[in-house]
Write a protein that binds this ligand. Structure first.
Ligand SMILES: NC(=O)C1=CN([C@@H]2O[C@H](COP(=O)(O)OP(=O)(O)OC[C@H]3O[C@@H](n4cnc5c(N)ncnc54)[C@H](O)[C@@H]3O)[C@@H](O)[C@H]2O)[C@H](O)CC1
Ligand SMILES: [K+]
Length: 523
């Protein structure tokens, strides 16, 4: 397997602390000496640190503090300390532990023999320009307390570069939760395989920029522990792009590219229907129909001239009262329902729940669904169903699950199992769950945290589905692609317009530009 394919595969894998421990033990039992692996890993860390130091003009005249824990994370830190010392950097070590693991102790003794200074308290590191956090990795077992907790809290008040080895010390390897207190890193170098913490929201502020340091774990070992198709996966750009309906066949035509019906909007919320329509338009959908209340039909027609706008009878308050008598839902390969509907449109949602095509439910459709016994209603459907709640909508839909669990990966998977649907649990790290697998989108931007972003995503997912349905391909892969694409547009827009400049309308204008760098155009 060439290194590019290998690296791509590794970027998709996510492990728990237990799985990493099992994998590590398998490597050692197969004969890899622990010290050799530590040396290999720490030398790779050192190489990456050298790049960071030179990029940030940190030279031998600057001082680098190394925080050393009692375990092998500390061992990594000490190997890094020794190597940076021999490279001429000024090093000082802080390690407030009397007992350490044997290998870590050996490296500590060697550092002392070299004359590398040791700090007796954390204040002695205040003159450092960079701190390397080798306190704890995936072996953190309990909240950090006492002098060490105080030291970490002190470090977090200093305005210095902090780089964490494997994980920011103090965050839970699996949930990302803060155990007592945690190092706030600018850069975290995750060793070997991505830990679940990197795909949770709660630890993001502490992780900073996340990079993976590969140290040649064999795929055979990984498959032995995680199986052929691991339950938890990290979406990558190549898997996302691979699922998009590109390149188009040369004899493509609008019917082959599918027909989406969006049912959205009300007199009160016209924008939601427009944003969903703009999201769908960017997807390349063959034909787009949008059912809206009669009073906003002309607005939609003028905003989306390529869409077939269906005017519907409406309630006094301007919500869709019912769909036109002559509408035939069998014409559509996908129906997306919910943005801006208002709670009055319950009869519409009840109708769509009986549709024999894939449906996407979002926003008000989800709030209406939460009153319709969602577990039973959704699991009774015969066609694919995608629901796209944010956490608040998820809580309203599945309050029972929230009482038992707070790990969003577990929550999404349980909901997908119990409803036999695809759950898109939106957030800083959106989680897509089917009854058997979970994918997480690892990159996004806080710029997307504003009204209307979700409407765009609903339209984008809706627009990408029909050609997949016509081609009889798996639905979940295109949902992953849509979530990835949506966040890439947000990232590009934030880069060009700051995180304040990504309103939902602007976001729709960045969907196509965001895709272009990833697409090899037909020569
Ligand atoms: N996975 C690999 O193949 C490699 C991992 N490497 C590094 O090793 C650490 C994991 O090492 P381990 O010793 O298992 O755990 P830690 O270093 O994270 O520390 C565990 C150590 O700390 C004690 N402890 C746990 N919680 C607390 C607490 N709250 N207060 C005080 N002490 C605590 C615990 O009892 C252990 O003794 C991994 O992250 C990598 O950095 C190697 O590089 C080789 C490759
Ligand atoms: K660490």
């Amino acid at each position: 397997m060439n290194s590019e394919i290998r690296s791509e595969k590794f970027q998709q894998i996510v492990v728990t602390a237990e799985q990493m421990r099992t994998l590590e033990n398998r490597i050692f039992s197969a004969g890899m000496p622990v010290a050799a692996l530590m040396e290999k890993v720490a030398l790779k860390i050192t190489q990456r640190l050298q790049k960071f130091l030179s990029e940030n003009s940190i030279t031998s005249s600057n001082k680098i503090g190394i925080l050393v824990g009692p375990g092998h994370n500390g061992g990594d830190g000490l190997v890094v300390a020794r190597e940076l010392y021999f490279l001429g950097y000024s090093i000082i070590i802080y390690s407030p532990f009397s007992k350490r693991k044997e290998l870590t102790e050996a490296h500590a003794n060697y550092a002392i023999s070299l004359g590398i200074p040791r700090a007796s308290n954390i204040e002695e590191l205040q003159t450092c320009d960079v701190l390397i956090d080798g306190l704890f990795g995936f072996g953190l077992e309990r909240p950090i307390t006492g002098e060490l907790a105080n030291a970490i809290d002190t470090i977090n008040t200093w305005n210095k570069w902090v780089i964490s080895i494997d994980l920011p010390s103090g965050i839970h390897t699996d949930t990302g939760e803060i155990l007592g207190t945690a190092i706030r890193a600018d850069l975290t170098l995750c060793l070997g395989l991505w830990k679940q913490a990197f795909l949770q929201e709660v630890g993001l502020d502490y992780i900073g920029i996340a990079e993976r340091i590969d140290f040649d774990i064999s795929l055979t070992d990984i498959t032995a522990i995680l199986g052929e198709s691991p339950f938890l996966n990290r979406i990558t750009s190549s898997t996302a792009i691979h699922s998009l309906p590109l390149p188009r066949s040369v004899n493509s035509h609008k019917y082959k590219n599918g027909h989406l019906l969006i049912i959205a909007g009300s007199k009160q919320y016209t924008g939601a229907a427009i944003l969903a329509g703009l999201g769908a338009r960017a997807s390349g959908i063959g034909m787009l129909s949008i059912a809206v209340p009669n009073s906003i039909k002309s607005l939609l027609s003028s905003t989306l001239p390529e869409a077939l706008i269906i005017g519907c009878p409406e309630t006094e308050k301007g919500a869709i009262l019912k769909l036109p008598e002559d509408i035939d839902l069998r014409r559509y390969q996908t129906i997306a329902c919910g943005p801006g509907l208002t709670p009055e449109a319950q009869p519409i949602v009840e109708t769509i729940l009986t549709a024999n095509c894939p449906i996407i439910l979002d926003a008000d459709a989800l709030n209406i669904l939460s009153k319709l016994n969602p577990f039973f209603t959704l699991s009774s459907r015969q066609s694919p169903t995608i629901i796209t709640p944010h956490l608040g909508e998820f809580k309203r839909l599945f309050p029972e699950l929230m009482e038992l669990e707070n790990n969003k990966i577990t929550l999404a998977k349980q909901a997908a199992e119990l409803t036999q649907t695809i759950i898109v649990l939106k957030g800083a790290r959106t989680c897509i769950a089917t009854p058997n697998q979970v994918w997480i989108n690892p990159d996004s931007t806080p710029a997307l945290g504003r009204g209307g972003s979700g409407d765009v995503l609903t339209g984008l997912i809706g627009g990408l589905l029909p050609p997949i349905i016509l081609a009889e391909k798996p639905v979940e892969s295109i949902v992953n692609s849509a979530v990835w694409w949506h966040s890439q547009a947000g990232i590009l827009a934030a880069k060009e317009r700051t995180e304040l400049g990504v309103d939902a309308s602007t976001l729709t204008q960045y969907l196509i530009p965001a895709l272009i760098p990833f697409i090899k155009t037909r020569s």
